[in-house]
Design a protein around this ligand. Structure first.
Ligand SMILES: Cc1cc2nc3c(=O)[nH]c(=O)nc-3n(C[C@H](O)[C@H](O)[C@H](O)COP(=O)(O)OP(=O)(O)OC[C@H]3O[C@@H](n4cnc5c(N)ncnc54)[C@H](O)[C@@H]3O)c2cc1C
Length: 452
């Protein structure tokens, strides 16, 4: 242990090994996956398909569904190393965020395409929520307000500037005063039960004739002159017209012609004991998803009389599985929960970790690889992938079919993703303008009813 690192022991010993959504949604017990899914060692691998999708999370299932939509007669297989919903898709906080490309907030002032992208993605997120309600009833989708709370002068100044950009992008929002005179931005958003959403998407995919093979880890994908060969464990192989890689933070487990550039981020969550909602003195909190911009970035929602609370990132693996939560992270989350809800007596009863893949721009990598481009990457959704994976399934499907997207807005979105660089100038301007406000002693102000 390095000097000065203090090991903080948590007070509670919550259940670990699965997320609260997986546990309550009937996911296999850790280690009991073969029996629970009935899939044994990937026996059901087909020999040849039109499209192979690697990874049974939200990105993989959305891509497979988009492929089936575009080519109803095509044979499609999803190969999943563990079980559908094993990864981040079954462990996240379930927010369908209204700003899934936050970096564009920093560049939208100077780049018309990024301003357009913010508005377009916001519309597509709300469309996705309506589609889930109509076609995927198991998802538990519900309307909530996303509340981003600034807890200090600096973040409040930044938030007010974000408010101005949201106005420019014509995105509905409200700046409100919350406890102790602090500021928050409210925006319309939605939440889902993440694990049930993935399972319901898998059920929909099966109904559309898509084969899903669990316990089927893929080891390598390579192009041949006329097709792509996908190799798995136990010498299994299949040939496909194209393969789409949707393996998120696990992409390093695959041999690919050119791996994507993204880092693996470990994020942690807890679900607390049950409590009476009246004890929370915060009106309407049960209809919100709250993000606190504080010394730590934390996010939480109420789900079935518990707080599901997340935050704290790490860049190194810990323990024997990525579900494991380091003791100091658990102690930190316990402390943060108590700070967000003082005096309510909340303690973590369940805790889990998850990993996501983060690019420098926080935008996904949806690109062709290999000499003919028959290997498509659909990865790097970072911490905003719940809605974004579903919005982007048809972009990846289009590339796998060898086409630019048919929808002009999809083509525009893909071009915007592929051309975005880290907007160092935009970020610097943003930080400088917040700093200027502070230097001038300009207090962030809550606009009145008329928005003045
Ligand atoms: C704690 C946490 C909270 C989050 N909260 C939110 C939130 O509230 N809102 C939001 O928008 N985003 C959130 N995210 C991010 C979001 O969950 C992800 O961006 C999204 O789920 C990514 O989906 P995916 O399908 O790309 O990845 P995954 O769900 O990780 O799917 C990848 C799948 O590929 C499989 N796989 C891996 N390697 C192989 C292989 N070699 N062969 C076959 N299969 C393989 C894995 O088993 C896995 O099932 C959160 C993430 C975490 C970790």
């Amino acid at each position: 242990m390095p000097p000065f690192t203090r090991r903080i022991e948590p007070r509670s010993s919550p259940a670990t090994g699965r997320s609260t959504w997986q546990r309550h949604g009937g996911a296999p017990e850790p280690g009991g996956e073969l029996e629970a899914t009935g899939a044994v060692s990937g026996k059901a691998w087909p020999k040849r398909v039109d499209f192979a999708v690697i990874g049974g999370g939200l990105a993989g299932l959305s891509t497979a569904l988009a492929l089936a939509e575009a080519e109803p007669l095509a044979s499609i297989v999803v190969l999943e190393a563990r079980f559908v919903g094993f990864g981040a898709s079954g462990r996240n906080a379930g927010l369908l965020g209204p700003l899934p490309a936050p970096l564009w907030l920093a560049s939208a002032d100077g780049q018309a395409e990024h301003l357009w992208g913010l508005t377009h993605l916001n519309r597509r997120v709300h469309e996705t929520a309506r589609w889930l309600a109509a076609e995927v009833p198991g998802s538990g989708v519900e309307a909530r307000s996303l509340r981003i709370e600034a807890q200090g002068f600096l973040t409040a100044s930044g938030l007010v500037r974000v408010g101005r950009l949201l106005e420019k992008a014509r995105l509905g929002h409200r700046i409100v005063a919350v406890a102790r005179g602090q500021l928050a931005i409210d925006m319309d958003a939605h939440t889902v039960d993440p694990y049930r959403t993935v399972r319901a998407l898998a059920a929909l995919a099966r109904r559309k004739g898509i084969a899903i093979v669990e316990q089927a880890p893929v080891r390598a994908i390579a192009e041949r002159p006329d097709d792509v060969v996908v190799s798995g464990e136990w010498g299994r192989e299949l040939a496909a017209r194209a393969a789409v890689v949707c393996t998120n933070a696990y992409t390093g487990s695959l041999a690919l012609p050119e791996p994507p550039k993204a880092k693996v981020v470990h994020n942690f969550m807890v679900a607390t004991n049950r409590f009476e909602i009246e004890r929370l003195v915060r009106p309407g909190v049960e209809r919100m998803f709250i993000v606190e911009l504080n010394t730590a970035y934390v996010f939480y929602r109420i789900h079935q009389d518990r707080i599901v609370y997340g935050g704290i990132e790490r860049f190194k693996p810990y323990g024997s599985s990525d579900f494991d939560v380091p003791p100091e992270v658990l102690a930190g989350l316990e402390r943060l929960v108590a700070r967000s809800f003082p005096g309510v007596g909340l303690v973590p009863e369940e805790a889990w970790g998850g990993v996501y893949h983060q690019t420098a721009t926080d935008l996904p990598i949806i690109e062709r690889r290999g000499g003919r481009g028959a290997i498509v990457l659909n990865v790097g959704y970072g911490g905003t992938g719940v809605a974004m994976t579903m919005v982007c399934g048809r972009l990846a499907a289009g590339l796998a079919r060898g086409e630019r997207p048919a929808d002009p807005d999809d083509a525009r979105l893909l071009a915007a993703f592929q051309s975005t660089r880290v907007p160092i100038g935009g970020l610097a301007r943003f930080v400088a303008s917040v700093a200027a406000d502070i230097a001038r002693g300009r207090r962030p102000r809550v606009p009145d009813e008329a928005g003045r």
